[in-house]
Structures are given as C-alpha cells and as structure tokens.
Design a protein around this ligand. Structure first.
Ligand code: KIV
Length: 383
C-alpha cells in the first residue's frame, strides 16, 4: 500500500519572499490555477497582513481555486489571524498557517519574549484561527535549531489548541538529512498525539540540502512537504517542487509513497514561474534546467541513443518538456552522436565521407562550444 505525501506549494508566499520577486494579482491567480490543475494539495497564496494589496491577492486566489486548499500565512497575533481568515472567506477549502519563532536565538534576539509567552501566543493564535476554519496549520519557526524539549512542548500546545497540521521548518537551511529525520522521530516519540495530525516539513536551501532534507523528513514520518516551483524563496530558496515530486515518482514504489501531482505540467509551470518571478532557472537545475536532458559527451550520447534510460532517470516527456532528450554536439561528442544529428537533418552521409566529415566537425568543435545544425550543413556541403 502506497501512502500519500501531501504537496503544499508555497511559490506564491515563501517563493515571493525571494529578493526582487513581486507577483501581480493576475500572476498569482494564473500560477495558482495551474498548480490546482496539477492536483497540488495546498496552495499557500500569501501573507494577507502584509499589505492591502497582498490581502487582495490572497482573496483573488481564494476565489479562483476550486480543488486545492488555499492557505494564508499569519504570525501568532490576532490581527494577522483575522486578516488571513477574512482573505480566505471565499475559499472552498481555507487553511490558516500560524507561525511563531521557536529557537532560543530567535526568541531572545528577535521576538524578545520568553518561552512561556511564546507558548501562550501560539495557543491563543491557533484557537483564534480555528474560529475561521477547521484547517489550521502551525509552524514553530526555526524548529531545527530549537531545544527539542521546547519544540515538543509547543507542538503539544498547538495540537491541544486545535492545529491539525504541524509543520517543522528548517527556517535557515541549517539541518542535515540525518538531523531532520532525527527531529521528526524525536518529536513523534515525545508527542504521541501527533499520530492524529498531519506532520509537515518546510526546508530552505542555504546549504543546498533542502530536497535531501525533505526526503529524510518524509522517511521519518512527514506526510506533507512544503515546496516552491524552481526552488525560489527567501535567500537561497525553498525545497524545489519539481525535485520532490520527481524524486517521489522515481523512488516512490520503493518507499511506498506517492503524491497526487500530475507531473506533465511541471516544465510549462517552471517556465511560467521563471517569467513571472524574473528569476532565471540555471541550465544545470535539476529536473527543469535547460541542460537537464541535453547530452554532450560521446559516451553518454552513445548510451541514450541506444536506450534512453542508460543516462536519464526521468523521461522528459513525462514532465511536459517540449524538446525531449537532446544530443548536443561539442568537442567531447563522438561518432554516434554526430551521425544521429546529421541523420536527423536528413543529410545522407556518403559511404567514404564519414571520416572526413567527422574530422572537420572535430576541428570546428575545438574552436566553438557547440556545433549546430547550420555548421553540420556547411560541413557536408563542402565535403
Ligand atoms: O522558513 C520558515 O520557517 C517559514 C515558516 C513560516 C514556515 O517560512
């Protein structure tokens, strides 16, 4: 029996916290509608208390999305919780996400409150959120740097106040996969009431471990993962939507886990978020980078031409990648790749011409990084 991992997309909230990103209402609605069509479970639309415009954006997403839960973020203060509740009034499935700092460093240096005050605020805010909706998520922020005993205590308080989802965030991208797994196991042992709740993980990518941490959290019992398309988000970004969804497709059978996300819209959604956010996807980005399915070296080209899976773990068509597997010719390419590209252009290779043509190609490839179709045509025209 495969268990479901809920996908909570925060592109429109934490994703928008990436420096320089500002989605318009139209863009938020467009991205949310696409996420909904891909069967994401929860769409975090924004932080309504931040401004009137942001309140309006969240309300617009709440009006349009039909299937997924629409979530709004709120600090553990009454004004934020009520703003979130009001912005979500038209949502089919509204969720309020209440958070408060939980690590000693953040309590002492930022919030300037002691642990008892924080417990009281968490309890009050969760209970107030429950007046707006039954679907309340609670995040003890900076959980991975919090004292484990205090973490267990605040989780207990939030559950007793009515939280149904407990999200343990690695707010500053500090944790390693082992530490994440341990945190989830420890908190589950310390708080047996968690068995009746949905456990969630939210990871930042400051040390490049967000996806590994998310998978570790999942193997230790998390059944919701918070992600953003293209991994955008505060500082170095969030756990990437496409990486977690595809990792669970590739390894889901072995892990006994799945998501409901339809992967075929991943590549077009990545491009939409790239356009709306203005954050270019690096060519070597996992799953959605421009080079993710391009093969330039001879050995790899020979392999994929014989059998795609020799050097690819994802079928590019399965994520709606328009170009599919590509052979790119350069100085490390071999004859198999060269012949395949030439044939794809409909050029007949003369029986005695292959060695000469390949020699000319190699000479050209020493001078330029990519030998393209025009170069190939020129080589054969001059043979
Ligand atoms: O990074 C973080 O901890 C957050 C929480 C609000 C989940 O964004």
């Amino acid at each position: 029996m495969s268990e479901k991992v809920h996908v909570f997309d925060t592109t429109l909230r934490d994703g928008e916290q990436a420096a320089g990103v500002c989605f318009s209402e139209r863009e938020k609605v467009e991205i949310a509608t696409r996420l909904d069509a891909l069967r994401v479970d929860v769409i975090e639309a924004g932080f309504p208390a931040a401004s009137r415009a942001e309140w309006g954006n969240v309300a617009a997403v709440a009006r349009e999305v039909r299937q997924a839960a629409v979530c709004a973020l709120a600090r553990a203060v009454p004004g934020d919780v009520d703003a979130a509740g009001a912005a979500l009034r038209k949502a089919v499935r509204p969720r309020i996400h209440v958070f408060i700092n939980a690590s000693d460093v953040q309590l002492a240096q930022q919030l300037r409150k002691d642990r008892d005050e924080v417990l009281g605020m968490a309890e009050f805010a969760v209970a107030r959120a429950r007046r707006h909706t039954d679907d309340v998520e609670f995040s003890p922020m900076d959980a991975t740097r919090a004292d484990p005993q205090f973490l267990a205590e605040i989780v207990r308080v939030a559950l007793a106040a009515g939280a149904r989802i407990i999200n343990l965030p690695d707010t500053v991208g500090y944790a390693t996969p082992d530490a994440c797994a341990r945190m989830f196991s420890d908190v589950r042992s310390a708080v047996p009431e968690l068995d009746a709740a949905l456990l969630s993980f939210h990871g930042q990518d400051d040390l490049g471990m967000a996806t590994a941490n998310a998978l570790a959290a999942i193997t230790a019992g998390a059944r919701q993962v918070e992600v953003a398309v293209n991994g955008i988000g505060e500082r170095a970004g969030n756990t990437a939507f496409e990486e977690v969804v595809m990792a669970l497709r590739v390894h889901g059978a072995a892990l006994g886990l799945h998501t409901d996300v339809d992967p075929v819209g991943i590549a077009p959604l990545s491009r939409l978020v790239e356009e709306c956010s203005g954050i270019a996807v690096p060519p070597n980005k996992a799953v959605v980078g421009g080079n993710a399915f391009r093969h330039a070296s001879g050995i790899h080209q020979d392999g994929v031409l014989k059998f795609r899976q020799t050097y690819e773990v994802i079928d590019p068509k399965s994520i709606g990648h328009a170009r599919g597997t590509e052979i790119v010719l350069g100085k490390l390419s071999g004859r198999a790749g060269f012949v395949a590209r030439v044939r794809a252009l409909g050029i007949d290779i003369p029986v005695d011409g292959l060695d000469r043509a390949f020699g000319r190609f190699q000479a050209l490839a020493e001078q330029q990084p990519i030998v393209d179709d025009t170069d190939l045509r020129t080589i054969f025209a001059a043979l």
